[in-house]
Design a protein around this ligand. Structure first.
Ligand code: MGD
Ligand code: MGD
Ligand code: MO
Length: 761
């Protein structure tokens, strides 16, 4: 059979989309019924019971849904939310993508399916291979697969021609072993999903407060005076955060939301496990909603700082914390000098928020001390993300609100262990302590030169500088920018390998030889030589805790992620420096290895067995900033877009029914969308201006450096979004994002500010 061309894009068939009234209350009864529906459709009854009662319980399964922490006073029912349950149902599904499935469907056929259809095919049960010229994946023995990969790696002229990607679900144990294998092999090519996610937060926070993580604890939410939620949609992406916000409200905190869209999840919340919420009207969360233009947060924050400065100068010491500023910071005078260069009216005009609303926000900030600022992808995926986050830090520093009970920074992480992966060594740069410790403890010189991050990895493959691509989880093809260019890169590789739980589009757009290595999921029991194992993860607030599955593995052929790494490492190296076999026989030995290589993990095996886990050290929380102990104010510019008359600024967001590239369903009930995903949210005035109407189909294009990129067949949805701004769902529009346009200093793709044109079909 002749090999067919594979289209790497999500098929652009017109969908039968229904536009309905958005649900205006987050969670509530609907969330419960939706959760149960997903579980019933995907799982057996006994799996439902075994997982639900263990989810986010102390010593139970850490929810793979997001990185929000669990409260210590969680109920006997555990802490879960609608989207956590969907994540579990997706993994613990009874459907199987087994060898018969792969024999029946060719790679070319599967590539014409939607992401939803591909994902719903079920759990992969056997290691699969696609050799050069094959049309279908077929089974391969584990040892043969390891030898195949090891041979390819050994034959590369340089270890830097191999790339080792990580998605953020990987446990600390697997991540540590993985980076150990990769660095022993000789490269720092360890791109990870963080490069597309909170990289800018890490860079900006390290640069200013000396540690790339947030400073608040969950308990701080309960005593805060004021919480700002900027560029984040927790109702969909971190639903358990709504419980913390509602608790803050009960304790009289005020909440300000900054977002171009009025997100239902931030308006009213009904806790599905609280009778008072369910019977009453729920809790009103946001007190003040600032609907700004996309990518104008720096202007808004500067405007707030300037208004605060006016108040401070009128009555010194009443608004800013002058003692903290003089004792614990540097750069305040430069900040003040720089603020004088800006006009309030010009800043207000740029962000498009009414003056009175900003003044109210400023009054609240002026009179509050315990201020928490939360942010996520609405802030981190722009060219000037690092600057915006540094402006957030400026505000908190001026107020003396970092490192106090009830105040501080809160970058809300995405993947459930993305923060932990970085802590234990997944990074294209190498931590200073690993440079020293890997040599000391394992006797090899780790590579020191910087490896490829995500955008560099794409370019290296497309330019044939890298020939082997290995992914520990994730969906590199669809999650990354510039889908066609990424596809070209993957397709020119000699070998692509994916350690995965379920099929995704990255398995279909592959190198000359391709492997899928099926692994255990979080929900499953992991038995090794010394018995049943658990793994550990770090949440958004720096707590490390255990996670242990309760379900029987979907197939006896599945291996755990650590076992896959150890299997490959044993085929790759024949020296005795690292006891791979011993470590996977008993994960305590991996944790011992982490303890001696990574600071902060003293008595890891003991402390991880505390039901609540343990906090990693956090210098910003303790108010020790940087080497000189001082935090830095910074001077930052504003974003510039200079759009032509027919251009828009477009953000790509998540629907309520997806987990990144995994599509749980086709509805986004908080935004009134049913049965489809190819929608373009547009201001009604813009719809009219472009001669369009509700329900029309359009193509969207971008034109960076004269190159046209097109995403086809999107339905126009008139929506409450500022004029000149558009929104679509990712990954359908990733094809429009040029791989070489990214955040300064963070190299995070500009997924939230893409300049595009809209054309009627
Ligand atoms: N159910 C579910 N949970 C998830 C995920 C998922 O896909 N599904 N993904 C996980 C991952 S990896 C991550 S990183 C997080 C993502 O969590 P979020 O960051 O909440 O995800 P997004 O949908 O990208 O939403 C970004 C929000 O930013 C707003 N926004 C966009 N541009 C701007 C801007 O310029 N300024 C401001 N102020 N706001 C802006 C959008 O309107 C939207 O409300 O969630 C994690 N949890
Ligand atoms: N345009 C645009 N692009 C974006 C974003 C955006 O907002 N807009 N967001 C970015 C962000 S924040 C992120 S984090 C990335 C996400 O990028 P990735 O992390 O690469 O993508 P996911 O969709 O989360 O990966 C899903 C796949 O992971 C596999 N998987 C699930 N569980 C496991 C497991 O336990 N082990 C293993 N080995 N595999 C597993 C399954 O096969 C599944 O198909 O996308 C980025 N891309
Ligand atoms: Mo993310």
């Amino acid at each position: 059979m002749a090999k067919q061309e594979i289209n790497p894009l999500t098929p652009d068939k017109k969908e039968d989309i229904k536009l309905v009234s958005p649900t205006m209350t987050a969670a509530g009864v609907k969330a419960l019924t939706k959760s149960l529906e997903h579980m019933r459709n995907e799982m057996t009854a006994s799996s439902c019971t075994k997982t639900l009662f263990s989810l986010n319980q102390k010593g139970g399964i850490d929810c793979p849904g997001c990185a929000w922490p669990d409260p210590d006073d969680r109920s006997a029912l555990g802490e879960y939310c609608e989207n956590g349950v969907k994540a579990i149902a997706e993994e613990a599904t009874k459907k199987k993508a087994d060898p018969d499935f792969f024999a029946k469907h060719s790679v070319a056929d599967m590539s014409t399916w939607s992401d939803y259809e591909i994902g719903k095919s079920g759990r992969i049960t056997h290691p699969m291979v696609l050799r050069s010229g094959d049309t279908h994946y077929s089974t391969i023995d584990w040892n043969e697969a390891f030898t195949l990969i090891a041979d390819q790696l050994k034959n590369l002229p340089s270890p830097n021609e191999a790339i080792f990607y990580t998605s953020g679900r990987t446990s600390n144990e697997a991540a540590f072993l993985y980076q150990l294998m990769v660095r022993k092999y000789g490269t720092n090519n360890l791109p990870d999903c963080s490069n597309m996610c909170h990289e800018a937060s890490g860079v900006a926070l390290s640069n200013t407060v000396g540690i790339g993580k947030g400073s608040v604890r969950l308990e701080d939410f309960y005593i805060a005076d004021l919480i700002l939620v900027i560029g984040q949609n927790p109702g969909t992406n971190h639903p358990r955060m709504l419980t913390a916000l509602s608790k803050a409200k009960e304790n009289n905190a005020k909440i300000i939301t900054v977002n171009p869209l009025t997100e239902t999840g931030l308006l009213t919340f009904k806790h599905p496990q609280k009778m008072s919420h369910m019977l009453g009207g729920g809790v009103k969360l946001t007190d003040l909603y600032l609907n700004l233009n996309i990518n104008t947060d720096a202007a808004l924050l500067k405007c707030m700082l300037k208004m605060l400065l006016v108040k401070e100068e009128a009555s010194p010491g009443t608004v800013f914390d002058l003692e903290f500023i003089s004792d614990r910071t540097t750069g305040y005078d430069d900040l003040v000098k720089d603020l004088k260069n800006y006009e309030i009216d010009v800043l207000l005009d740029k962000c498009g928020v009414e003056r009175e609303k900003v003044e109210t926000a400023v009054d609240w900030i002026a009179s509050s001390k315990k201020i928490i600022i939360c942010w996520a992808m609405g802030i981190t995926q722009h060219e000037n993300s690092v600057s915006i986050i540094q402006e957030i830090v400026n505000l908190l520093l001026a107020k003396g609100s970092i490192g106090i009970p009830g105040g501080g920074t809160c970058p809300v992480r995405g993947h459930s262990n993305v923060q932990g992966d970085r802590t234990v060594g997944i990074w294209e740069k190498i931590h200073d302590h690993l440079k020293v410790n890997l040599k000391k403890n394992y006797g090899f010189q780790p590579p020191l030169e910087e490896g490829y991050n995500v955008v560099r990895a794409i370019d290296a493959m497309a330019k044939q500088k890298a020939k082997v691509f290995f992914a520990m989880g994730g969906n590199f093809l669809s999650a990354t920018p510039d889908t066609n260019y990424t596809a070209k890169g993957l397709q020119t590789c000699d070998l692509t390998v994916h350690v995965s739980t379920k099929p995704n589009r990255s398995h279909l757009v592959h190198g000359k030889t391709a492997l899928i290595l099926p692994c255990l999921g979080r929900t499953e029991i992991d038995v090794q030589e010394s018995g049943e194992q658990f793994v550990s993860v770090e949440n958004s607030m720096g707590i490390v805790h255990s996670s242990q599955g309760t379900l029987d593995p979907k197939s006896s052929e599945l291996k755990s992620e650590p076992a896959i790494i150890a299997g490959l490492a044993s085929a790759l190296f024949d020296d005795e420096q690292v006891d791979w076999k011993g470590m996977i026989g008993n994960y305590d030995l991996i944790r011992d290895a982490i303890e001696i290589n990574v600071p902060g993990f003293d008595e890891y095996n003991k402390r991880v067995r505390n039901p609540e886990g343990f906090y990693l050290p956090n210098s910003a929380r303790d108010r020790t900033f940087n080497e000189d102990g001082k935090a830095k104010f910074t001077v930052n510019g504003l974003s510039q877009h200079n759009l032509a008359d027919d251009e828009y600024l477009m953000m790509t967001v998540r629907s309520h029914d997806q987990y990144n590239t995994t599509i749980y369903g086709l509805d986004d009930r908080y935004r009134g969308i049913e049965n489809g995903r190819r929608v373009l949210f547009m201001n009604p005035k813009d719809v009219k201006k472009d001669g369009l109407k509700k329900g029309d189909y359009v193509d969207i294009s971008s034109h960076y450096d004269g190159q046209e990129r097109i995403a086809k067949s999107f339905m126009v949805v008139p929506y409450d979004i500022p004029e000149g701004n558009l929104a679509t769902y990712f990954p359908e529009t990733n094809v429009l994002v040029p791989y070489d346009r990214y955040g300064k200093k963070s190299q995070t793709p500009i997924s939230k500010s893409i300049v595009v044109k809209v054309e009627k079909k």
